[in-house]
Design a protein around this ligand. Sequence first.
Ligand code: GTP
Ligand code: MG
Length: 236
Amino acid sequence: MNSPDSDKPQASQAELGRQALGWMHTARFLTTAAQLHQLPTLEVPEIAFVGRSNAGKSTCINTLTQQRQLAYASKTPGRTQHINLFELGPKSAADAVLADLPGYGYAAVPRQDKLRWQRVMANYLVSRGNLLGITLLCDARLGLTELDEALLEIIRPRVEQGLRFLILLTKADKLNRSQQQKALSVMRLNAGGGSVQMFSGLKKTGVAEAALQLRQWVQEWHADAALSDSTPAPGP
Ligand SMILES: Nc1nc2c(ncn2[C@@H]2O[C@H](COP(=O)(O)OP(=O)(O)OP(=O)(O)O)[C@@H](O)[C@H]2O)c(=O)[nH]1
Ligand SMILES: [Mg+2]
């Protein structure tokens, strides 16, 4: 049976993509933290960008938000050394936060720092209360590396409990069409059913799709929150 809403004109996918990009463009710097306990406790849902050093996390955030220098992207691996938070939504009523995390696997980082950072990151992924979803960025030419797989193991229990999860294969511009298809198929097989898509900050591939996906997660979160606010507490 049709719902009454089905008579309303549906916004086209392109229009929804534009709305999602408009929302992304509201991003502004919130805060930075070297350690977990320095992060503010937030009520709004948070989406973390994780992946190997140099995978393109900061570039992805700049591309999605259409801001050239919001997150610090650099040719030198290991540039992002703090957790940087960016707020989205109306100025006086932020509705989501993006978290740019330092990358892992950069060989030139001293062993002690590497271990310290791996601990911070594992703790973040396991314990961050408002974490809604994770965007894992992998260089499309490299696919999943051992460290990415270690990360997948850390987050598996939370994904099973409903944590959203998206893999972006970055630097798609470095691959031709058939190489892209192959990289997608291999990753979909390895990711065991999770969403996987191509992304290029250079060619702007997959930008609206990724923005739409993240916006959908956040809209679902807010719809669930509104529902649980309006549901009366169970009686005695
Ligand atoms: N060709 C191409 N280069 C890219 C793309 N995205 C990022 N890069 C380049 O890759 C390098 C690393 O990008 P970043 O965005 O700083 O990577 P990151 O994952 O934030 O790195 P860390 O902060 O070290 O963990 C830079 O030289 C970027 O210009 C892309 O889509 N295409
Ligand atoms: Mg970075």
